[in-house]
Design a protein around this ligand. Structure first.
Ligand code: SF4
Ligand code: SF4
Length: 231
């Protein structure tokens, strides 16, 4: 009943990818049995050809507004059922650790929404990495998705690695056991983005390593189709 009501919300938003997973990897596993995780496509699905930081940031912002509206609907259902839940923050705990309290990305891979690309973000078949993730921890059981257990990036693709202006990406394919540090130097990425605070009043959204990803972008004539790549 609870699950069908939650799934009914997403049935009204077919553009949003969603799934459920258990969360044994999380420090919140003792309080909540499951996570509902979902991916809202950015307002603009930018490619390297039409990328600008401002448009990228605006696309993220519009996805956040749509995401918050969905979270409100989910919360209303959960409150109606009297089920304990928590919406973890997106923000990282601090500038040293650079980790959020709950990993949306790990939840998304476990729920089968996508895998970690060489850019350390979730790559979905439908939108590539051009999605904003959210998760809600819920103390209830659900039918869980099929976890992604390996990278589906084409073996010879390194577009995201090559375009990174600060060489933060290490060209390492992901498995669930791969530590983050072996995929990305997060401090290097963060330093580069933070250097824009005086100019923009915020970190640069950057996103070059997302815009360049061939997954989820319109097919170009003669271009390799990652959907049909060996994976
Ligand atoms: S967000 Fe920018 S700086 Fe960070 S890894 Fe991607 S391309 Fe590099
Ligand atoms: S650009 Fe290539 S290597 Fe990077 S995440 Fe996308 S498919 Fe994977």
């Amino acid at each position: 009943m609870l699950e069908s009501e939650l799934r009914a919300i997403f049935a009204k938003h077919p553009e949003i990818l969603c799934g459920f997973t258990d969360i044994p990897y999380s420090e919140y596993a003792a309080e909540y049995r499951s996570a509902l995780v979902f991916a809202v496509p950015y307002g603009e699905q930018l490619t390297a050809d039409d990328y600008s930081e401002e448009r990228f940031e605006n696309g993220i912002r519009s996805a956040r507004i749509r995401l918050e509206a969905v979270v409100e609907q989910v919360e209303a259902v959960l409150r109606g059922h009297g089920v304990p839940y928590w919406v973890p923050p997106v923000a990282q705990r601090n500038e040293t650790e650079l980790r959020a309290p709950f990993s949306f990305k790990t939840a998304a891979a476990r729920a089968g929404l996508g895998w970690f690309g060489k850019n350390d973000v979730i790559i979905t078949r439908r939108y590539g990495p051009r999605v904003r993730l959210s998760a809600i921890l819920i103390d209830a059981d659900f039918e869980y998705g099929q976890p992604k257990l390996r990278s589906e990036c084409p073996e010879d693709c390194s577009l995201c690695v090559d375009i990174c202006p600060c060489k933060a990406l290490k060209n390492r394919p992901w498995t669930p056991e791969t530590p983050r540090e072996e995929i990305i130097d997060y401090h290097r990425c963060n330093r580069m983005r933070s250097a824009f605070i005086p100019k923009l009043g915020r970190k640069s959204a950057c996103g070059l390593c997302l815009a360049v990803c061939p997954f989820g972008r319109p097919a170009e004539e003669g271009a390799a189709d990652p959907e049909n790549a060996d994976s």
